[in-house]
Ligand binder design. Structure first.
Ligand code: DON
Length: 311
């Protein structure tokens, strides 16, 4: 067993015994019934080796982690013009906050808060049908993950529940539309947003899908995005990927990371590894309690923080 494999197995074992597991998201009913006992971890190394432990093969709702893939596609569609409509600063506010939008004229602080991701969905929708934008996302994520069998899918029950409970997202979209920063009808834009949030993937699939960000934009010899774009997406994940908890995540883990209220985190060690962790219990900022702890321990034991002096 390689030392990384041993560390991954050891961390999964430690997480099994943890009692402080956080609280499972309750505002989306299908997420509320997932057991807080779940924990999965998958690490894909730059040479393609995969180390996985715990519930790494069980699909979960990736929720806001999909914002990373939406950003990648939106930059592909409109390039740097995107930055006229979305900022690149940490918000210091909750993921679904509306407060900054008034003083900042409907321009969201960054693409990873809900308001920013709703703008990404508007860009990806353009003049097409929501099902085309949703289909494009599913195909993109399957390609990134090397999922030839098409097992990555959208959980329609989750998408419906998002729709039924998404009053804040409706407020955000309508408010930005009033400022002219949403162009398509809000119901269609939100239909895309809710379906992106409802993507279901396993830790193994998610870590595979993150390979392009560890590899300077390349996967299996194919260029997905340029190296500079991969570097910039990683920078945004580090500064904005955990909402008002991003500073603490950088302090404790020191890696680009993107969380979701389903309890998943995708974290990238540039040039070394793509990591997915999942445990549904969340801390006060809506980020996975054990997922963060597991990443903190992994980084301590491997020296993988980007702030670690390079040999
Ligand atoms: O917009 C929402 O409420 C959710 N579907 C997604 C939020 C999310 O995952 C925020 N992340 N930590």
């Amino acid at each position: 067993m390689s030392s990384i494999a041993a560390i991954v197995a050891e961390i999964a074992e430690e997480m099994r015994g943890e009692t402080e597991r956080g609280a499972v998201a309750s505002y989306i009913p299908p997420l509320a019934c997932i057991s807080p006992d779940k924990f999965g971890i998958a690490v894909v190394m730059v040479d393609g080796t995969v180390h996985a432990a715990g519930d790494a093969q069980e699909p979960f709702s990736i929720q806001s982690i999909s914002k990373v893939f939406a950003l990648t596609l939106a930059l592909g569609a409109v390039g740097d013009q995107l930055w006229r409509r979305v900022g690149r600063e940490p918000s210091g506010s909750a993921f679904n906050s509306i407060v900054q939008l008034e003083s900042e004229q409907g321009i969201p602080r960054n693409p990873f808060i809900n308001a920013g991701a709703i703008v990404l969905c508007d860009v990806l929708l353009g003049r097409s049908e929501p099902r085309e934008a949703i289909g494009q996302m599913v195909r993109f994520v399957r390609t990134l993950a090397g999922d030839d069998e098409g097992s990555i899918r959208i959980d329609e029950a989750v998408a419906l529940a998002e729709q039924d409970t998404g009053f804040r997202n409706m407020a955000l979209a309508n408010y930005m539309r009033a400022f002219g920063n949403i162009h398509a009808p809000v119901e269609r834009v939100l239909g895309v947003y809710f379906h992106f949030c409802a993507l279901a993937m396993t830790c193994c699939e998610l870590a595979m899908a993150g390979r392009y960000l560890m590899n300077g934009g390349r996967v299996d010899g194919h260029s997905i995005i340029t190296p500079s774009r991969a570097r910039r997406i990683n920078a945004l994940m580090m500064s904005c990927g955990h909402y008002d908890n991003s500073g603490d995540f950088a302090f404790r883990v020191g890696l680009p990371g993107k969380s979701g209220v389903g309890g998943g985190i995708l974290s990238i060690v540039p040039g070394v590894a793509s990591i997915a962790v999942w445990s549904p219990g969340l801390n006060g900022s809506g980020n996975s309690q054990l997922g963060t702890l597991a990443l903190e321990r992994l980084v301590q034991r491997t020296g993988w923080s980007v702030f670690e002096p390079r040999a």
